[in-house]
Ligand binder design. Structure first.
Ligand code: HEM
Length: 283
């Protein structure tokens, strides 16, 4: 049982046509397995988180009561992208597991919404947000090394508190970026295979082999997104992460949560004159 399905092209070539659909279940099971292993680890084995540094009481007292985290534009992007992503996953995979409906039109429309929202996000993140906040830096790698050493029972300095995004979030963003770009670039090309509002259908745009490889890449990135979305939703609903999830709705988090998890030198929040009132807009 291979991971691809093959067919003979009109020229007699053996070409891949798409992924084998059992990979949908592999992706679902991988996501569920991660969830169970992580939940058991957190419940029975993980100790209290220990950090070095962080805000002093004097610094904390100057912070706004609600620390701004996501601007309205960033939150709108997130929820529009999430709606498009769920629509894409359900329209793509439900028909493969026996729920038949006319999925293609809903699928490419959601694909266009996802593509436009990602283009918006690239411009917004490059020119209006702190672009580097989502990329791993030297301190992340050094702290990850310290955490692994301490987990293995070796002596190592305490890791620092996080910048705006912990290393795990940055790595997740990298994985979503690669899989997201793969489905978008292949998906836009695949729109020439179906009838859309934008251009006449042209299934001869690429050779059979190129089309086949494109469908395979689209499918592989697509099933990877099943696992990534399961993992993302799992973390979003974990009790200790709820303040972060809530900040994606209301835009801010409490001063106490910020002080507990974040290093004010790595994620700078402007002090305010009246900490009980002030709240600027986030990135
Ligand atoms: C979460 C993201 C996405 C997932 C999981 C996904 C999944 C899939 C799957 C499994 C197929 C069937 C491929 C096959 O038969 O081998 C497909 C087809 C297709 N997708 Fe996506 N896709 C995603 C994003 C996109 C995007 C962003 C676009 C457009 C910009 C798009 C446009 C298309 C088109 C036009 C087809 C071809 C339908 C056909 O040939 O009948 N997809 N997608």
């Amino acid at each position: 049982m291979g991971i691809l399905e093959w067919a003979i092209s009109p020229l007699g070539q053996n070409v891949p046509i798409h992924i084998a659909w059992f990979l949908i279940w592999v992706a679902v099971i991988a996501g569920m397995a991660f969830l169970v292993v992580h939940a058991v680890y957190m419940r029975y084995f993980a100790g209290e988180k220990e950090f070095a540094g962080g805000a002093t009481p004097a610094q904390a007292a100057q912070l706004p009561k609600r620390v701004p985290r996501h601007s309205l534009a960033a939150r709108l992007f997130h929820w529009i992208m999430a709606a498009a992503m769920f629509t894409l996953l359900f329209t793509a995979f439900l028909p493969r597991v026996g729920v038949q409906f006319d999925w293609v039109t809903y699928h490419w429309i959601a694909g266009v919404v996802l593509t436009l929202s990602i283009l918006f996000h690239i411009v917004h993140a490059t020119f209006y947000m702190d672009f580097w906040s989502i990329w791993p830096d030297r301190a992340d790698l050094e702290d990850a090394r310290r955490r692994v050493q301490r987990f293995l029972g070796r002596t190592a300095a305490l890791p620092r508190k996080f910048a705006k995004y912990p290393l795990e979030n940055k790595l997740y963003h990298g994985a979503i970026l690669l899989t997201g770009l793969a489905v978008v670039v292949t998906g836009v090309c695949m729109m020439w295979r179906v009838r859309t509002l934008f251009f006449p259908r042209n299934p001869y745009l690429f050779s059979d082999l190129t089309w086949g490889l494109m469908y395979v890449l689209h499918g592989l990135a697509g099933v990877s997104l099943i696992t990534l979305v399961i993992v993302h939703v799992y973390f979003a609903v974990r009790p200790e992460k709820l303040p972060i999830t809530a900040s994606m709705i209301v835009g801010s988090m409490s001063r106490e949560f910020y002080v507990q998890e974040h290093d004010p030198q790595r994620w700078v929040v402007e002090p305010v004159l009246d900490p009980e009132q002030g709240m600027a807009d986030g990135d």
